[in-house]
Ligand binder design. Structure first.
Ligand code: NAD
Ligand code: ZN
Length: 350
């Protein structure tokens, strides 16, 4: 089968033929419906190396940690899954039996250090291929919802959802403000989730004009970058600042921008994994404000994201690529040329 393989650190992936996988005990073979290209993949193949990356991410394996598909074959002991049914894949794979995994929070598995991989497409073969094998426990049913447009939900939906859910206490009540920095795959869905789950005014910004146009269509007020950007954001809030912010870029300037417009008792979540640094001090931080990071989400969260998708509250903007054009999807993602989440669809004629 055709697959996008990450073969060596600091090397662009390769599109090549590999063997179709077979499901082991407790696993399911999926015929891939859609595989989203996430900016984290770019960090994995372009920025990371042995010294900086978790050892489980070492190549080689099939990329793609944002997947959906149809059940094609069941491994030994798997029951209750009908062949042909559509599923979204919960990407993280923990030990399955520690306290965190028991909560469906494989992202923070207590035994992660001894696991051979972190997730589908992150240390073990992912979904940028015609077929993928995943543990049956990681399948979230989609019912009759479109699995191709749903693929981005498993990361571009789940990650902002988890961060926003943890910030809901900050956004409860009237007259609240949320800020979204970086309106790519994750940021666009974040605007939709904030609009659906809170009554907050959503302020958004991106260095690209067309990204801001799409965010306005999803209900945000946008503020261009520039020297007076922080002042403009603060002005929209009546001078008080924002109650929750989500930085989907994560470089020092974006963390600094968000930090400069936070209200008292606010929460800033850095989601972008660009490694930006920020100097905290008692005197420059608003009282009782929280600065945190986040990693993906839980299986329970993913069920809730699917419910929002089915209710029409989240509709990821997607750009569809055939399997043979998968590398072009990554090229466009790196170049900032996408106007929707790139989703590779290996079986266009399904
Ligand atoms: P993307 O490439 O689709 O979107 C990034 C957006 O940021 C683009 O629209 C780009 O124009 C904008 N941007 C870049 N620099 C900017 C700046 N200085 N100011 C304003 N906007 C700027 O990326 P994505 O797939 O949505 O991922 C976003 C980030 O989140 C990446 O760093 C990715 O690695 C990370 N990520 C983190 C997690 C997690 O669990 N923490 C999960 C998935 C992705
Ligand atoms: Zn665990």
């Amino acid at each position: 089968m055709r697959a996008v393989v990450f073969e060596a650190w600091k090397t662009f992936p390769t599109l090549k033929d590999i063997d179709k996988p077979t499901p082991g005990p407790g696993e399911v073979l999926l015929k891939v419906a859609g595989a989203g290209a996430c900016h984290s993949d770019v960090a994995v193949y372009k920025d990371f190396e042995t010294a900086t990356a978790p050892p489980q991410l070492a190549p080689s394996y099939v990329l793609g940690h944002e997947n959906s598909g149809w059940a094609e074959e069941l491994g030994e002991g798997v029951e209750g899954i009908a062949l042909g049914d559509a599923f979204l894949v919960y990407g993280p794979i923990g030990c399955g039996h520690c306290v965190a995994c028991s909560r469906g929070e494989d992202t923070y598995c207590a035994n992660a250090a001894t696991m051979p991989y972190l997730a589908s497409g992150l240390g073990r073969d992912g979904g940028m291929a015609e077929y993928i094998v995943v543990p049956a426990r990681n399948l979230v049913p989609l019912g009759d919802a479109d699995p191709i447009k749903a693929a981005p939900l498993s990361d571009a939906g789940l990650t902002p959802y988890h961060a926003i859910k943890n910030s809901l206490p900050n956004l409860a009540g009237g007259g609240k403000f949320a800020l979204v920095v970086g309106l790519g795959g994750l940021g666009q869905v974040a605007v939709q989730i904030l609009t659906a789950l809170t009554g907050a005014t959503v302020i958004a910004t991106d260095s690209k004009a067309d990204a801001m146009t799409r965010a306005r269509a999803h209900g945000a007020i946008t503020v261009e970058s520039g020297p007076d950007q922080a002042a403009k954001i603060r002005e929209i809030t009546g001078g008080r600042g924002v109650d929750a912010a989500f930085d989907f870029v994560g470089i020092a300037p974006t963390i600094a921008l968000a930090s400069s417009v936070m209200a008292t008792k606010s929460r800033l979540t850095v989601v972008g994994i660009a490694g930006g640094k920020y100097e905290w001090s008692f005197f420059t931080s608003p009282y009782e404000s929280t600065l945190t990071n986040t990693y993906w989400g839980t299986i329970e969260d993913l069920y809730e994201v699917v419910a929002m998708y089915k209710a029409g509250q989240i509709t990821p903007d997607v750009e569809i690529f055939a399997m043979e054009d998968a590398l072009e999807a990554y090229r466009k993602l790196e170049a900032g040329e996408l106007s929707g989440r790139a989703v590779v669809v290996p079986h266009l004629a399904h």
